[in-house]
Write a protein that binds this ligand. Structure first.
Ligand SMILES: [Zn+2]
Length: 261
């Protein structure tokens, strides 16, 4: 599969507001792990638990009190990733070397970064293209869990902290807030009964992605993981036709980072 510049910059609108409110260009791009997998010839996203906040600070986060996830927190984070696998089929692999991981978890106080926030995700992208063809594409996400949220010490299913972990994993895989979208969800639908990407909590703590989340994630990835069939990025018919090659033009983007609470 040829990955084009428009693949990595512009999510394809579905025409369904439940999906388009969660998938849109944010900070000039979106997280297209299908395209990342195609460019890097892999179907697995590596993650790690960082020993301290060093890498996060490299990304411009002034974290305080940064600490490695405890054994309990690691198990819960893995459970959150498993919920993403249930919906998309995406496979995650734990590694110990942060330089080998696309997704990194760290436990730290967010007071200096986003006061009042319980969780935080930074996303980074870096791509290089020749003409309209993407020749290298790196994605990364750094997930921070703050101690103040209920259940943060052991964010198991049923706690508010587990719901926060799902929200942050949602960001890492490509979902945005429905209230910031160019076509935001109507107020009556912008709640956690519909999507965990909402800031409006409704009902009890959630331990699984909600219907709108599942619709959006299936729209991007299908259910069979990266590189599978059924994901919109592998529906070549419409997308390839829309891409106009620009021979002779090389483009290099710098590292960009998005900050999402
Ligand atoms: Zn968020």
């Amino acid at each position: 599969m040829t990955v084009t510049v428009s693949d990595v910059l512009t999510p394809p609108a579905s025409g369904d507001h439940r999906i388009d409110s969660l998938i849109y260009q944010d900070n000039g791009f979106w997280m297209d792990w299908n395209a990342w997998g195609a460019v890097n010839d892999t179907t697995v996203i590596d993650f790690c638990f960082e020993l301290d906040g060093t890498t996060a600070n490299d990304w411009g986060l002034a974290l305080t009190g940064a600490a490695e996830f405890t054994a309990a927190q690691r198990d819960d984070a893995i459970d959150a990733l498993a919920e993403m696998t249930k919906v998309t089929g995406i496979q995650f692999r734990q590694v110990t070397d942060p330089t080998q991981a696309e997704i990194k978890f760290i436990y730290a106080e967010l007071d200096n970064v986003a006061p009042g926030m319980s969780g935080y995700t930074t996303t980074t992208y870096n791509y290089r293209s020749s003409g309209n063809r993407v020749t290298s594409y790196d994605l990364g996400a750094h997930i921070v869990l703050d101690p103040t949220i209920q259940g943060a010490a052991d964010p198991e299913k049923g706690t508010a902290a587990f719901q926060i972990l799902l929200h942050e994993v949602g960001h890492a895989i490509g979902l945005c807030h429905p209230f910031s979208a160019p076509t935001p969800l109507p107020a009556r639908e912008d709640n956690t009964q519909k999507t965990l990407m909402s800031y409006t909590w409704k009902g009890g703590n959630k331990s699984a992605f909600r219907n709108y989340d599942r619709l959006a994630l299936r729209y991007i990835y299908g259910a069979d993981g990266l590189g599978g069939q059924g994901a919109v990025n592998y529906d070549a018919s419409a997308r390839m036709m829309a891409d106009t090659p620009q021979p002779g033009l090389d483009r290099l983007t710098g590292l960009s980072a998005g900050l999402l609470g």
